[in-house]
Design a protein around this ligand. Structure first.
Ligand SMILES: [Zn+2]
Ligand SMILES: [Zn+2]
Length: 552
C-alpha cells in the first residue's frame, strides 16, 4: 500500500447524483490539497424532460474542475452498465482522457458507445473480472458482487492509506436474483470487521419501507398472469433488466408462446448479455415478420418503451407505426416496470393510446409484475449492520431521499451521516468528516449534437418562448437618427387580439421619439418596453421582445 505524508487527505467530490437520481459521478481524491490524485466512480447521464429542458434529451455533469487537473485523474471505474452510471463516458472522455475499468458486461456496453462516438482507438477499456482487485496510485480497488436490475452490478471496496471506503453502487438484496450473483453478504461482513471509514450508499428507495422483493416472485407471478390471457401479449420492461427479460421469456414458454423482440435496445442488450455468458437458456427469438404469422395466443412481444419514450417500440405500436406488430381488442400490454418520477405524463399518454385501440393494460399499479432494483429501508439497515462505518454518505438521490437516508443511518448508530451536494468536497479523513470546499459544478446539456453548459441559458430562453411567444421589431433610421419607415413587427405565439395593442404601442413610442434626445439605444429600449407593457396590459404576459435598428 502507498505510503502517506502528513498533508494527505481523503476526499469525496460528487459532481452528479447528489441531488438527483441520475447523472452519477463521484470523484475520490487522495493526497495533499495541491496535488490530489483522483479516482472517478461512474460517469452517467440524466435524461432531459420536455417541460424543464425543452430540446435537450441528455444531461451530464460539468466536470471542468477535474479536467483542470487532468494529469491527476487515474481512471474511471464503472460500477454497472445503467445509463445513469456509464452514459456520459463517451461524451466526457475527450475532457477527462483517462483509462476506464469495468467488469466484462459493462465494459462491452461502454465499448459499444465509444465505437459509436469514434473513440475506440483512443480509450483503453480494461475488463476487470468479477471479484477483481487492482491498484491505481494510492487507491486499492476491489469489486464486490451485489444484486441489482442488470447483470454484473458491483460495490467497490476502496482501500487507501487513510481508510477503507465502501461505495455500494446501486444494489438490493435478493436471495433469488435469477441472473448473476446474490449480494455478497460475507464480503460486506468481512469489510466491516476490517474497519470501514465510510459507506457511500444508494438512496433511491430511502423513503420506501420494508424490502424491495425478489425477482423469482415476479417470474412466478408473470407466468400465472400470462396463463390467463388469450390474445396477443406485449410486455415492456427496461432492456437492461436481463433477469426480467429471462423471466418474461420463461413465462411465455410456460404458456406456449413464442418470443419476438421489438426495439433496438432489446436486440442490443440481449446480444450483449449472450456474448458475455448470460441468457444461456433464452429461447430462440422470432423476427417481427415471423411473429405476425402466428395465431395471437402463440406470441409474446418483448418491447422497449416502458417510460412512454416517443421513439420507443411500444409508442410506435400504439400509434400503428410498426408495419409488423399490430395490437387491438383482445390483446394485452403488461408494463413490467416502475414509473420513473417525471415520466408519468408520457406513460399515461401511452396507456390512453393503447386503451383507445382496445388493448387491455396491466401494470404495477394493479398487478405484481415488478420489483425495484434498489434497497428499501430494511435493506439499507442491513448494509449499515454489515459494514459498520464511521461515516455514512448518502448519494444517488434527491435531497429528500438523501436526508431520509442520513436520518436512518444515524438511527442505526452510525457516528456521522453527512449530506453532500454536487460540487461540495467532503473530507473523509483525517479528522471528522467535513465539507472543506465548494468547487464549480453544474450541468452540461447535449443539445442536438452540441454539448453546452446549462448556464448558457438556452433552455431557460426556450421555456420563456414557449410560455409567452416572441415579438420582433425592426426600426429603420436615416443617418440623422430620424425614423424613415413604419416599424416592421413580427408576433409569434401571441393571440390575435393582443396584436393591435402591441402595434399601437410601438407606433406611439416611435412617433414620440425625438432624434435629438439621444442615441438609437434609447429608442430601442423605449420601443421594447412599450411592446412588452402593451402585451402585459392586454394579455397578462410579457413576451420575449427583440428590437433591431437598421440605419440606411
Ligand atoms: Zn443502476
Ligand atoms: Zn443508478
Amino acid at each position: 500500500m502507498a505510503s502517506r505524508s502528513r498533508d494527505d487527505e481523503l476526499v469525496l467530490l460528487p459532481l452528479g447524483g447528489a441531488g438527483e437520481i441520475g447523472m452519477n459521478f463521484n470523484a475520490y481524491g487522495f493526497g495533499p490539497p495541491d496535488d490530489r490524485k483522483w479516482l472517478v466512480v461512474d460517469c452517467g447521464v440524466l435524461f432531459g424532460r420536455e417541460a424543464f429542458t425543452p430540446g435537450v434529451d441528455v444531461i451530464m455533469p460539468d466536470v471542468g474542475y477535474l479536467a483542470e487537473q487532468r494529469e491527476n485523474i487515474l481512471g474511471i471505474v464503472a460500477t454497472h452498465a445503467h445509463e445513469d452510471h456509464i452514459g456520459a463516458i463517451h461524451y466526457l472522455w475527450p475532457t477527462l482522457r483517462c483509462p476506464v475499468y469495468a467488469t466484462p458486461f459493462t465494459a462491452r456496453l461502454i465499448a459499444g458507445k465509444l465505437e459509436e462516438a469514434g473513440l475506440t482507438q483512443k480509450v483503453r477499456v480494461n475488463a476487470v473480472p468479477l471479484h477483481g482487485r487492482f491498484s491505481l496510485g494510492p487507491f486499492d480497488i476491489e469489486f464486490v458482487s451485489i444484486t441489482h436490475s442488470i447483470p454484473e452490478p458491483n460495490a467497490l471496496a476502496i482501500r487507501t492509506p487513510l481508510g477503507l471506503v465502501v461505495h455500494t453502487g446501486d444494489w438490493k438484496i435478493d436471495p433469488e436474483p435469477l441472473v448473476g450473483e446474490v449480494t455478497d453478504v460475507n464480503a460486506f461482513h468481512k469489510l466491516g470487521d476490517e474497519g470501514v471509514l465510510a459507506t457511500v450508499c444508494d438512496s433511491t428507495n430511502a423513503l420506501v419501507e420494508g424490502e424491495s422483493g425478489s425477482e423469482a416472485k415476479v417470474r412466478d407471478a408473470l407466468a400465472a398472469l400470462i396463463a390467463t390471457l388469450k390474445g396477443r401479449v406485449a410486455v415492456t420492461s427496461f432492456a437492461s433488466n436481463i433477469a426480467r427479460l429471462d423471466s418474461i421469456a420463461r413465462a411465455a414458454r410456460a404458456n406456449g408462446r413464442e418470443i419476438a423482440l421489438v426495439g433496438r435496445a432489446m436486440h442490443k442488450l440481449v446480444s450483449a448479455a449472450r456474448d458475455t455468458g448470460y441468457l444461456a437458456d433464452f429461447p430462440n427469438v422470432l423476427d417481427e415478420e415471423e411473429a405476425a404469422q402466428l395465431p395471437p395466443r402463440r406470441i409474446l412481444y418483448l418491447c422497449t418503451g416502458s417510460q412512454g419514450e416517443t421513439r420507443a417500440a411500444l409508442t410506435r405500436i400504439a400509434a400503428d407505426e410498426n408495419p409488423n406488430v399490430k395490437l387491438g381488442p383482445g390483446d394485452t400490454v403488461i408494463f413490467s416496470s416502475r414509473i420513473i418520477p417525471g415520466n408519468e405524463l408520457a406513460i399515461y399518454a401511452l396507456h390512453n393510446k393503447l386503451a383507445g385501440i382496445g388493448v387491455e393494460i396491466l401494470s404495477a399499479d394493479d398487478h405484481f409484475v415488478h420489483v425495484s432494483g434498489h434497497p428499501a429501508r430494511d435493506e439499507l439497515a442491513q448494509m449499515y449492520r454489515w459494514t459498520r462505518p464511521q461515516i455514512a454518505v448518502p448519494v444517488h438521490g434527491e435531497l429528500r431521499h438523501m436526508t431520509a437516508h442520513a436520518r436512518l443511518a444515524r438511527s442505526l448508530q452510525v457516528p456521522q451521516a453527512v449530506n453532500v451536494e454536487n460540487g461540495q468536497m467532503l473530507r473523509l479523513a483525517p479528522g471528522r468528516a467535513r465539507i472543506i470546499d465548494e468547487t464549480p459544478s453544474g450541468r452540461i446539456h447535449l443539445d442536438g449534437q452540441v454539448l453546452i453548459s446549462e448556464g448558457a441559458g438556452l433552455t431557460r430562453m426556450r421555456r420563456a418562448l414557449s410560455f409567452a411567444g416572441m415579438i420582433a421589431i425592426t426600426l429603420v433610421l436615416d443617418g440623422k437618427g430620424r425614423v424613415v419607415a413604419d416599424p416592421a413587427i413580427v408576433l409569434e405565439g401571441i393571440p390575435e387580439p393582443v396584436h393591435d395593442a402591441v402595434r399601437e404601442a410601438v407606433e406611439g413610442a416611435v412617433k414620440r421619439y425625438d432624434p435629438r434626445r439621444g442615441a438609437e439605444e434609447k429608442l430601442r429600449e423605449t420601443v421594447r418596453r412599450a411592446a412588452r407593457g402593451a402585451a402585459d396590459d392586454a394579455w397578462g404576459k410579457k413576451p420575449v421582445t427583440r428590437v433591431e435598428v437598421v440605419v440606411v
